[in-house]
Design a protein around this ligand. Sequence first.
Ligand SMILES: [Zn+2]
Length: 186
Amino acid sequence: MPVPLSIGLVAGLVAAEAAIGAEINFVPEGPEFAAATEEYQAIWKAEGDLIVNALQKATGLVLEPGPIQAIVYEGVSYSGYRERPMRMRASYPSDTKRATLVHELSHRLISDVAPRHVDQHPVIFLFVYDVWLELWGKEFADAQVAVESARRGRYDYESAWRDALALGAAARAERWSKLVAEWQRP
Ligand SMILES: [Zn+2]
């Protein structure tokens, strides 16, 4: 039945275009995080579509539509996975809230594509800097690399960032394409 088929196709295209922004429900872990939660909500309302769009453009991957649960609290930020909520640090300055949303969503974006044993940071750093750059400019991107590089703990962000930036944009994009092609090979 050609007519319903073509209608279905058009509806599918419209739905795909409309599905660009992912839904994130930011929830404070306690009343003391209400203001930080409102800030995350405002960022997401104003820039969520742009963020998702830039991530998808840079990677060729499609982010889950959500709703993604995100708990705002005072602790290390985590991406979560599917039903497991994201956790976002309340006390970051506004720019680092934005940068960290891109960072944690990048983990979610690759989590069903990258093999489990893969160290995800060298992978997401192949596009996170370039997404920051596109959305908020070089000053922002360089400042957030410095913020992440200063983090001390179980992971050496400084080395991972140094290696990613040493490649340059073209080599980062090329390495990313090769990795994705490798992982998606049947
Ligand atoms: Zn991370």
